[in-house]
Design a protein around this ligand. Structure first.
Ligand SMILES: [Zn+2]
Length: 244
């Protein structure tokens, strides 16, 4: 489903575009290169591949899967999608060990299952990382460039990507910040409000039109206002509302 020039939504559990456990999955069309942002949970990757074909692309031409963070609803599809695409997989350096080992406890899967976010039978398929992202890295997708902005708070490896196409700018925000300035603070060791307060200004300082979050509604214009709303709340006494 085309949402912007060069950007397609090809997976989302919430709106029934793919398996219910899947995050929002975006396809970036750099014209002579294709990349996926996140991979979904991997329970069933065929609706994602089918959506890519319906949008007029061959999944075999996807050369990069760029992960916003290690959580299973974002990274669990990598192994199966790589079997079809041979894409190289990118994640922030702090997330690499989690997805390569795939330990349910370390990844927070045990508590997420207990909280009803995954079925008890859900199994994570670990995979090898091809590129470990550092803050400020520039990742090329054909003619487009994505700038990595490591923004801990939801998780230490959470990384937003700033993209400018020549026509508009966009922030791919993963689970760091979502529609209406909601954040996603988890009851987990690597998720904390202090990191949100410390690092959020890195994305609040950016100017962009579109906001492409990991769940829920994406925003075509005025995306910055949603991030500003969270930023204002993080500077006051009461934290922003939580997404979950
Ligand atoms: Zn997450």
């Amino acid at each position: 489903m085309k949402i912007l020039d060069n950007v397609y939504l090809v997976g989302s559990g919430q709106i029934g575009l793919s398996h219910p456990f899947d995050c929002n999955i975006y396809l970036i069309d750099g014209e002579d290169e294709l990349a996926l942002i996140d991979s979904g949970a991997g329970v069933d990757v065929y609706p994602v591949l089918s959506n890519i074909r319906e949008d007029g692309f061959n999944p075999e031409n996807i050369s990069k899967i760029i992960l916003t963070h290690h959580h299973a609803d974002h990274s669990g599809g990598c192994k199966k999608i790589k079997e079809v695409t041979s894409a190289e997989i990118y994640i922030h350096q702090h997330g690499a060990a989690f997805v390569e080992k795939g330990d349910a406890e370390e990844m927070g899967l045990t508590v997420a299952k207990r909280s009803g976010f995954y079925s008890p039978t859900y199994k994570y398929n670990p995979f090898k990382i091809d590129y470990r992202i550092n803050d400020k890295d520039i990742i090329s997708v054909g003619k487009l460039k994505l700038k990595a902005v490591n923004t801990p708070g939801h998780s230490k490896d959470s990384t937003c990507f700033y993209m400018y196409t020549g026509h508009y700018s966009a922030l791919i925000s993963g689970d760091v910040v979502l529609f209406d300035g909601r954040i996603c603070l988890l009851n987990r060791a690597d998720s904390n409000l202090e990191d949100y307060r410390r690092y959020f200004s890195k994305i609040a300082a950016l100017s962009f039109d579109a906001l492409m979050p990991g769940h829920g509604v994406f925003v075509i214009k005025g995306g910055k206002q949603h991030v500003e709303k969270a930023d204002l709340a993080l500077k006051r006494l009461s934290p922003p509302p939580n997404f979950i």
